[in-house]
Design a protein around this ligand. Sequence first.
Ligand SMILES: NC(=O)c1ccc[n+]([C@@H]2O[C@H](COP(=O)([O-])OP(=O)(O)OC[C@H]3O[C@@H](n4cnc5c(N)ncnc54)[C@H](O)[C@@H]3O)[C@@H](O)[C@H]2O)c1
Length: 337
Amino acid sequence: MNDADSDSKIFITGVAGFIGFHVAKTLLQQGYRVVGVDNMCELYYQAALKKARCEELKKNEQFEFFEEDLCDYQKIESIWKKADCTQIVHLAAHAAVMPSFDEPFKYALNNTMSTQVVLELARKTTGLKSLLYASTSSVYGRSNAQDSLDESKCTNTPISIYGASKVANEAMVQAYVDRYDIPATGLRFFKVYGPWGRPDTVFFKFVDKIYRGKTISLYNFGNIRHSFTYIDDVILGLISALHRRPDIKKHTRHPIYNLGNPNSIDLNYCVEVIEDCLGKKAEKSFEPLAPGDRSFTKANIDLAKKDLNYNCNVNVEIGLKKFVDWYVEKYIPLICG
Ligand SMILES: NC(=O)c1ccc[n+]([C@@H]2O[C@H](COP(=O)([O-])OP(=O)(O)OC[C@H]3O[C@@H](n4cnc5c(N)ncnc54)[C@H](O)[C@@H]3O)[C@@H](O)[C@H]2O)c1
C-alpha cells in the first residue's frame, strides 16, 4: 500500500456483479468503507445471484448499497456527493460478448453512457485519488495462439460490439485524462472465473451442464485456448492498482494493464479438470466458432508485473476445484431453494 489508507471510502460501480462483489468483499475485509451502485439488470443472467452477492456484502456494516442506473446522471451525482468517496472502481457494464450482437443498442448506450457519467463525477471532484475502470482482452480483437497480447498492441480491430464499446471507453477516459488530469488507470481483464462467477461464462456453463448431465458445446471444434484467470489473482492486481497513483503525462496514454493469466490454457484440459472435480464425464458436442467469438488469448503481464507486482498464483486445477466446490455447496442450494 502506498496511497490509500483504511479511512478511505471507495465507490464501486457494478458492485453486485462478479468482479465488483469480490473487490467490495476484499476491501471491506481490509477495513475500507464501500459505497456500491448497481442496477441489477438481467440482460445475460438472473438478478437472483446479484441479490445474493449483495446480501453477503450487507453483512458488513461498512457497506452501503444503492440500486440505481449509472446512466441517470442526476441520481448518481446526488449519491456520489453524499458518499464523499476518494476513489472510484468503475466495473458496471454489459459485459458478455455474444449477447452484444443481439442487443447492440443496449450495449452501445449503456457502456458508453455509464462511463461518461463516471468521468463527469471524476472531473468535478477535487482531490480524487484514483479512478480504476474495467476494460477487457476483447479490445485486442482476433489473435492466434502465438500472439502474446501486450498493452501496446493496436486496438482498432475489435470483433464484437462489446469489444468496440470497451475500446470507446478507453478513448473516452483518455480524453478526460488529457484535458482534466484525472488519475485514471485501465485494467484489461481476461476470462475471469471463480466462486460467485457469471452463469453466462464458459466454465460456469460447463460445470452446470456436466453436473446436470447435459451436453456441453466445444466451439472451434475444441480448439480453444484462453488466459483463464482466477478471481483472487485479478483482485490482488486491482487492489494494487488502487494503491498506485497513476503517472499521468500530457499527450501520453494513461496507464492500462493486462490482468490475465500469462498461460493460455487448453479448454479440453479444463473440461478434464472439471470432470475430475465433479466425478462425472461430460457429454460433448463439437461445433464451429461463432462469428465474433475468439478461440485464443494469451495475456502478456510484463507491465503489470513491473508496476503492480501482479502475478498469477492460482493454477487452473486449484481454481476450478474452488469454483466447483462453491457451485455445489452454495450455488445449487441458492438456486434450488
Ligand atoms: N468477468 C470477466 O471475465 C471479464 C473480462 C473482461 C472484462 N470484464 C469487465 O469487468 C467488469 C465487471 O465484469 P463482471 O464479470 O463482474 O460482469 P457482471 O455482469 O457480473 O457485472 C457487471 C455489473 O454491472 C451492473 N451494471 C451494468 N450496467 C449498469 C448500469 N447502467 N448501472 C448500474 N449497474 C450496471 C450489472 O447489473 C452487473 O451487476 C465489466 O466492465 C466487464 O466488461 C470482465
